[in-house]
Design a protein around this ligand. Structure first.
Ligand SMILES: Nc1ncnc2c1ncn2[C@@H]1O[C@H](COP(=O)(O)OP(=O)(O)O)[C@@H](O)[C@H]1O
Ligand SMILES: [Mg+2]
Length: 485
């Protein structure tokens, strides 16, 4: 059963983290989609150039050969900046919004000219113009090299024209000159256009769906990181098992989070809620056999964790079980019994302690309790001493000998005395009483109390050598099962 409860608490925490991760993924994916969708579209068109031997066009089907040094290592073809400018002019496209580049994969005889532009036709025109200009540039360069060689031979020929015995050399040079001239005439520059670019039907970017998917993946990672941070930063005690591990104390019971307990009219509780307090009351005895616990203090690390709720209902549970019970509101600073349970406001513990002339019987109120399931049962009652009115020195009053005497006397006249106190970690009022009573019950509100708060309170109680009877987990769920240890 404990396993079941632990699993449900763990699942709750995991569900919250999972929700955060999914929310992050959805938000980032939507953002990526919207941003991507708002971008200007870009089209890409590709023209192909074959690298051929520089003696003329390749024949169809012939294996073209790259001229030495032509194959760059799968990278951009260098020296294309000026060509790009000329190509853009030729295509009537502005560089900037449009761009063009040429790459030649390693070991390949093909140069890919890729142009991108905001319009499909501009992309194709730019790629084609680049291919034409690039081929022309190569041809110009090849011819320039050959022309320089030819001119050099011409000069040599002219210089040896008058030399005797140079006839053979002149014939050889003349031959070379003719060859070079022929080469100049037929030189292609080593490139031919293999494939012209056509306007693409679809844009390459934006691709909102792909971007949304990538955004979603990024969101998942981001959400995961945030969930991790959250887990580390969240110091709240969420699970019953956590409270038990943290305290190392017996869990006396779980009080469900319920509308009846949060409301003003908390006098008659649904059966399930009332039963939870009966379990706490029974376990207080059951877990501490041999101890005749006649008085208990209910305390917690912080305000609002359910001390008053537990003190009142524990007293009711004991009284409905036939015990003579006295509930003392020893929280003189923030009393709430009068308001919450509709009691009379005509003096209480403050008057009893400070004025010194009245007896418990002067301030005690008898609260009728209907025992049994859903109010069907014998009428019993419990005694309540409320806090009274505005004390000037609450801690002094609570620490007084008179207070001890009141408790000692009450213990003799009742089976159980329950004291509702302010949180001992926050105000010191209850500290002198902790060792006067039979035991202390610590209450924590799951999902509200922090590990640091509970830890500090338990350390404090240990140092004060207080007998802690156990812890109560408030604010659980109705389905939570009490863990039998
Ligand atoms: N199990 C519960 N379910 C719903 N509300 C609760 C529960 N326990 C306490 N509360 C509410 O929480 C508030 C603080 O409880 P209270 O008993 O006054 O705490 P404390 O005495 O520790 O300051 C009150 O409004 C109370 O009605
Ligand atoms: Mg209180």
């Amino acid at each position: 059963m404990r396993g079941q409860q632990q699993t449900s608490g763990l699942l709750g925490a995991l569900r919250q983290r999972a929700l955060l991760i999914v929310a992050c993924a959805v938000v980032v994916a939507s953002l990526a989609y919207v941003l991507s969708d708002r971008q200007e579209p870009r089209y890409e068109a590709t023209a192909l150039l074959n690298v051929i031997s520089d003696t003329g066009p390749s024949l169809p089907g012939r294996q073209v050969e790259a001229t030495p040094g032509e194959a760059t290592a799968g990278a951009r073809v260098s020296g294309t900046g000026a060509v790009a400018v000329r190509a853009a002019r030729r295509a009537g496209v502005a560089l900037g919004p449009a761009s063009v580049s040429a790459t030649q994969p390693e070991e390949s005889n093909v140069i890919r000219v890729t142009a991108s532009a905001p319009q499909p036709r501009a992309a194709a025109d730019l790629a084609n113009a680049f291919a034409v200009e690039f081929r022309a540039e190569r041809r110009r360069r090849a011819r320039a090299v050959l022309t320089r060689a030819r001119d050099s031979i011409r000069r040599t020929l002219a210089s040896i024209q008058t030399l005797r015995g140079g006839r053979e050399r002149r014939i050889a040079l003349g031959q070379r000159l003719d060859d070079l001239q022929l080469q100049i005439d037929v030189s292609t520059g080593g490139l031919e256009i293999a494939d012209r670019a056509v306007p693409p039907a679809e844009a390459v970017s934006p691709r909102p769906r792909r971007d949304a998917m990538l955004g979603g993946l990024f969101g998942l990672v981001l959400g995961g990181a945030l969930a991790l941070l959250w887990s580390q930063a969240d110091r709240r005690v969420r699970q019953l098992s956590e409270l038990q591990d943290l305290s190392g104390l017996p869990v006396l019971g779980t009080i469900p989070r319920s509308r009846a307990l949060s409301g003003r009219d908390a006098l008659t509780l649904p059966a399930a809620d009332a039963e939870a307090f009966r379990v706490v009351q029974a376990n207080t005895r059951f877990f501490n056999p041999g101890l005749d616990v006649r008085s208990v203090i209910v305390t917690s690390a912080a305000p609002g964790e359910g001390k008053t709720t537990l003190a009142w209902n524990l007293a009711v549970a004991a009284a409905s079980g036939g015990l003579r019970v006295l509930l003392i509101e020893a929280d003189l600073r923030k009393p709430s019994l009068v308001d919450r349970y509709g009691l009379k406001d005509n003096g209480g513990l403050n008057e009893l302690l400070s004025e010194g002339y009245c007896e418990i019987s002067d301030v005690v109120q008898h609260v009728p309790i209907v025992a049994g399931v859903n109010g069907h049962g014998p009428k019993v009652g419990m005694s309540v001493v409320t806090a009274g009115r505005n004390p000037t020195n609450p801690s002094g009053l609570i620490a007084s000998d008179r207070m001890r005497a009141i408790i000692a006397r009450a213990e003799t006249e009742h089976d159980l005395v329950v004291l509702d106190t302010p949180p001992v970690s926050v105000v010191s009022d209850a500290i002198p009483l902790l060792r006067v009573v039979g035991g202390v019950i610590v209450v924590s509100y799951l999902g509200r109390s922090t590990r640091d708060g509970v830890g500090a309170l338990l350390t404090q109680l240990r140092h004060l050598e207080v007998r802690v009877l156990g812890v109560v987990a408030n604010g659980g769920r109705h389905g939570d099962v009490y863990p039998y240890q």
